[in-house]
Design a protein around this ligand. Sequence first.
Ligand SMILES: Cc1cc2nc3c(=O)[nH]c(=O)nc-3n(C[C@H](O)[C@H](O)[C@H](O)COP(=O)(O)OP(=O)(O)OC[C@H]3O[C@@H](n4cnc5c(N)ncnc54)[C@H](O)[C@@H]3O)c2cc1C
Length: 241
Amino acid sequence: MFSLGGGSWKITGSDGAWLKTFEEKGIKTIPFKASNCAFKIDWNSKFIEDNEGIPLKNITISCANKKQKGEAVITRFGLEGNAIYGLSPQIRAQLKLHNKALIYIDFKPTFTLENVASKIKNSNFKNTTQILKKELKLSPSQITLLKTYLSKDSYLNAEIISKYIKKFPLEVNDLSILDEAISTVGGIDINAVDTNFQLHKIPNQFCLGEMLNWDAPTGGYLLQACASNGVFLAKYLNKID
Ligand SMILES: Cc1cc2nc3c(=O)[nH]c(=O)nc-3n(C[C@H](O)[C@H](O)[C@H](O)COP(=O)(O)OP(=O)(O)OC[C@H]3O[C@@H](n4cnc5c(N)ncnc54)[C@H](O)[C@@H]3O)c2cc1C
C-alpha cells in the first residue's frame, strides 16, 4: 500500500520523486501542479510598496462559477489565503486556457449592490474616502486598491464605485511555485486504480491519499479525504483477508 503524498513541501519528505517509478511500470501519471497556493498578481508598484503583508478581511473572492469567503493577504507575489485557496481549480482552468485568470473581490459581501450605492448616495460626508471609511467601514488597503485602479471620475461616481466595491476585478497571471503550495494535483491518474484503490496494472498494490489526482480545498478537506481513504482501504483489506 502506497501513500507517498503529493509534490510540494519537499522538506517534509513528500517530494513526488516516486512519480517516475510508477510511470516506468506503465501506470498513467499526470505532472504535478500547485493547488491551494498563492496566486501571482502584478500589483501596481506603489500599491504593493505600501500594502505588502496586509490582509483583506471579510471578503469573498469569486472565479468562474465559484465564490469563496474569508481573507486574503496582499503579498509581493500576489494574493494568498483561505478566500482564494478554494478557487484553485477554477483559476488553474482559466490559466490553462488563457494564460491568465480573472478573479473578483467583493469588499462588502453582506451588502447588496443597492445597499452599497444607497450608503454612498445618502451619506452626510462629502468626501468619497470618508464615506468609504465611515459608512462602509472599508479598510485603508481596500480604499487604496480602489483609488489605485479606478480613474478619478469612476472613484467619485457613486454608481460606478459601488459596482467595483461589490465586484473588483484582478488578473491572476500564474500559480505559486510547486514546492510552496499546500497541496498538489496530478500524480497517479484516478482511473489507474479501481474503486478499492488497487492499481489495475499491478494487482494487490494500492495507492491512496494525495498521490492520486484529485483536488480539495484546504481547511481540513485534504486531511479528511486522505484519512478516509486509509480507513476505507483498511476495512476493505480486513474484509477480504
Ligand atoms: C504547510 C501545509 C499545510 C497544510 N494545511 C492543511 C490544512 O490545514 N488542512 C488540510 O486538509 N490539509 C492541509 N495540508 C495538506 C495535507 O497535509 C496533505 O494533503 C496530506 O497530509 C496528504 O496526506 P498523504 O498521507 O497523502 O501524504 P503525506 O502526508 O504527504 O505523507 C506522505 C509520506 O510519504 C513519505 N514518502 C514520500 N516518498 C517516499 C518514498 N519514495 N519512500 C518512502 N516514503 C516516502 C513522505 O516522507 C511522507 O511521510 C497542508 C499541507 C502543507 C504542506
